[in-house]
Design a protein around this ligand. Structure first.
Ligand code: NDP
Length: 338
């Protein structure tokens, strides 16, 4: 099958500050005929994630930067529409890192078949995929979550944050978080049972409001934001508290180095343990995570939301939206038919 109408998204210049539409371009990229051993995948869903912003900067990091004028990459769910590889017959649903494009050809090495599951396929980009695994790993393995801990979560209504809140509630913890809108605060409290929520955009004093939201102090901080959040929380941590440093989205679009928290001495006074992590280094725990999370979903103990943009040409807007708080739960792009 020769595909003439495949489109893909390239980065045409490195963003300065919050990315804008002009940093990206949609490019036609016809797909050739298959050779033996190859399969043709039609992507149905693609993920946009905050970490991709870091890959748009030319620098050494835990993952290589995106090249200019080449197709971007990221998590995607697709279906095999033509196969010359018996391991992936037509109709197989697959996960790959070949997002930001409508079709691609693969020899199979970069594909993972999705298990048969009543859970919608795009959940493997969210609650059953990298964000869910991040929440689970950060809380259990990095922060050593214990029953009864007082937990605070920043970016609490996002793909990772909303799952962190629910896992901590399931463990019998007190849970508070911060978000950027009253609607998001209501969602967390009314639908997910979060005990208290701070709107960091309308607060007059972030530290005073976080203190009010956590009257017994904070034992575990799940850090997604950094900056003023980290400084405020350091002052409110309990002795021997643990901070899982997952992300610092407040810094991702900074055009100059930001000042660090002025109160790092709290780490000594409170005897804190602060640990950063990259979820992919913990992927050996993925099967156990999927088993546990699938069970919670089946038992209706955990739920999730998605914010969906439609069409490959909307992918840059969806990505930019992450930095403007446009999503509740997982930000996704639906490709192909609506
Ligand atoms: P989200 O779904 O949470 O989307 C981003 C959210 O962050 C937005 O909706 C917005 O919500 C909030 N936000 C954006 N800019 C700011 C800001 N300047 N200050 C405070 N909040 C902001 O994304 P994910 O759940 O996918 O990721 C959450 C964090 O986890 C990110 O920092 C990400 O980089 C990190 N991460 C780290 C991983 C790891 O392996 N260490 C793996 C996966 C994610 P609001 O309206 O509340 O502002």
């Amino acid at each position: 099958m020769y595909i003439e109408k495949n489109r893909e998204i390239h980065l045409q210049r490195r963003p300065q500050g919050i990315p804008v539409a002009e940093d990206f371009k949609t490019v036609a990229a016809p797909i050739a005929e298959l050779r033996d051993g190859e399969v043709l995948i039609k992507n149905r869903w693609m993920s946009v994630d905050p970490y991709m912003r870091g890959r748009m900067i030319e620098r050494k990091s835990y993952i290589a930067p995106f090249a200019l004028n080449e197709v971007l990459s990221g998590g995607a769910i697709g279906v095999v529409v033509e196969s010359r590889n018996p391991a992936f017959p037509e109709g197989t649903k697959v996960y790959s890192m070949n997002g930001w494009r409508e079709y691609f050809i693969s020899c199979g090495k970069d594909l993972h078949s999705l298990p048969d599951s009543p859970i919608p396929e795009q959940a493997f980009l969210g609650i059953l995929g990298m964000p869910g695994m991040t929440a689970y790993t950060g809380l259990n393995k990095i922060a050593g979550l214990k029953e009864g801990d007082n937990v605070f979560v920043s970016a609490a209504s996002g793909a990772v944050g909303a799952i962190v809140c629910q896992i901590a509630k399931l463990k019998g913890c007190y849970v508070a978080g911060s978000v950027g809108s009253d609607d998001k605060a209501r969602y967390l409290q009314e639908q997910l049972g979060v005990d208290a929520v701070v709107n960091y955009k309308t607060t007059e004093s972030l530290q005073a409001d976080i203190a009010k939201s956590c009257p017994a102090g904070i034992d575990v901080y799940f850090e997604n934001v950094g900056g003023a959040h980290l400084e405020a929380v350091l002052n409110l941590m309990n002795d021997h508290g643990r901070i899982a440093v997952c992300g610092m989205i407040d810094q991702y679009n900074a055009t100059e180095p930001r000042p660090g928290p002025a109160n790092l001495g709290q780490i000594i006074i409170k005897k804190l343990r602060i640990e950063g992590f990259i979820v992919f280094e913990h992927w050996d725990g993925y099967p156990a995570f999927v088993q546990q999370m699938s069970q919670w979903i089946e038992q209706e103990k955990i739920s999730w939301k998605e914010t969906v943009y439609h069409g490959i040409e909307q992918a840059p807007e969806a990505f930019i939206g992450l930095f403007l708080g446009k999503n509740t739960g997982k930000m996704l792009v639906k490709l192909g038919d609506k």
